[in-house]
Write a protein that binds this ligand. Structure first.
Ligand code: ZN
Length: 429
């Protein structure tokens, strides 16, 4: 059956209101058909008819090209949810799905969510960005919100749900002056926080050692299993991630979920979609053990003396505390540690030894390791490999060139400039 056999559709006025509806039947995959509509608000009868004709032609063109018009009543929120739920979910990592969903809920939906997609204007977006700047959001945060909106609108424009020119004018605000860098710990500070942790809670001393002296990410610290510890190397194969539960009760329509609960975690039919090739293992609650971020993150690290000592010291202590230890680092109950909690404990430990925790998250321990590598004179390709990166540009972001290191470099230049030592006894004129 050809597309044309589905009829030419039509349009009508709703009662005596200003609302007009253009409609056309589309074939459905199951062999049936579904009527798709486009609503128009127009008080002038003549103009309404012209606009309906245009809408009808647009629908016919979509049908001829075999494109299903998504529901004509998309709002910004329902559209972005649909986009995340179908396109993002199948093309990006589960972590990205979570980030995008979080951005949608935090800033996009409250400001723009209820606007009909077809009625969204560039000025709505301008006002939204201005509001975020006024609320004092970092430009990097604003940019990450824009990434989500732009991504969703790009697809919407290709399908004719919004006009392409809306997206073209979106501009990210400039970067605030004085970029905020993470601060690495000095050798003395690293020793101080480790000494403190060994006395206070040895499991965390192991965690901090893995960060400071092997450059582990938070999730990698929590995800290290004893089976990964194979002297003389330690294998990094996965990380602990927290994935957000999704609603399994149906589609988000009219500003709510069928179960009437807001959070996916409270949905009676909650579930979590993970790609089939994703070897994630469910631990408990929202916690999963997931494969490392990239192929390069999958790495076998030679054990440094610091790491070796820490593991040797920790092993018998853990044996005394808990019976079945899968995880190297555990929370106070002997369970798999939650990365975000590790970060809280890390900051408390820093404060306990008089180090300001601002700009020194647990991720800064990884930055300290990168900085130590530079100060030890390790070459760039090896730095990249040990950090689990694919290119030096990423490693560079973790490295801080400290004043002491620059002074040392300058003294090397001085050495070079020194006159050569005289050979043999001084000659007398
Ligand atoms: Zn639900």
């Amino acid at each position: 059956m050809s597309q044309r056999d589905w009829g030419n559709g039509g349009y009508y006025q709703v009662g005596t209101s200003n609302t007009w509806v253009a409609w056309l039947s589309f074939p459905t995959p199951d062999g049936g058909h579904k009527r798709r509509v486009k609503k128009i608000t127009e008080p002038n009868k003549k103009r309404a008819k012209i606009r309906c004709e245009t809408e009808l032609k647009h629908l016919q063109r979509l049908r001829d090209e075999g494109i299903q018009p998504a529901s004509g009543d998309w709002t910004v929120e329902t559209w972005i949810r649909h986009w995340i739920d179908t396109i993002v979910k199948t093309t990006r990592s589960p972590g990205t799905v979570d980030t995008y969903t979080q951005r949608l809920g935090a800033r996009i939906a409250p400001a723009l969510g209820r606007i009909r997609l077809a009625e969204l204007t560039a000025e709505d977006i301008d006002r939204w960005i201005t509001q975020m700047v006024q609320d004092g959001l970092a430009s990097s945060t604003i940019k990450s919100h824009l990434t989500v909106l732009r991504g969703a609108l790009d697809v919407a424009a290709k399908r004719g749900h919004v006009e392409a020119r809306i997206i073209q004018g979106i501009a990210a605000p400039r970067q605030a002056r004085g970029t905020i860098r993470k601060l690495p710990l000095t050798l003395e500070q690293a020793d101080a926080v480790l000494d403190y942790a060994w006395d206070a809670h040895p499991a965390l001393a192991v965690a901090w050692t893995l960060g400071l002296w092997a450059g582990f990410r938070e999730g990698e610290i929590a995800g290290l299993r004893w089976t990964d510890v194979t002297p003389p190397t330690v294998k990094i194969r996965g990380q602990i991630r927290r994935y957000t539960w999704e609603h399994g009760c149906g589609e988000f329509t009219n500003g709510r979920w069928p179960c009437c609960r807001r959070r996916g975690a409270s949905c009676p039919r909650r579930y979590r979609f993970l790609p089939p090739d994703y070897d994630a293992v469910h631990i408990r609650g929202g916690l999963w053990w997931a494969p490392t971020k990239t192929v390069n993150s999958n790495r076998d690290l030679p054990m440094s003396v610091k790491v070796q000592e820490a593991l040797v010291r920790w092993w018998p202590i853990q044996r005394q505390l808990w019976d079945d230890p899968t995880w190297v680092v555990t929370d106070p109950k002997g369970q798999c540690a939650i990365p975000a909690k590790l970060n809280d404990w890390w900051k408390k430990d820093l404060a306990a030894v008089g180090i300001d925790p601002a700009r020194r998250s647990l991720h800064a321990a990884r930055g300290s390791f990168a900085t130590f590598l530079l100060e030890a004179g390790v070459d760039q390709p090896t730095q990249v490999g040990l950090m689990g990166h694919s290119k030096y540009q990423t490693t560079e972001l973790y490295i801080t060139v400290r004043d002491e290191h620059m002074a040392e470099a300058m003294s090397k230049v001085d050495q070079l400039a020194k006159p050569p030592a005289q050979i043999g006894p001084p000659t007398t004129p």
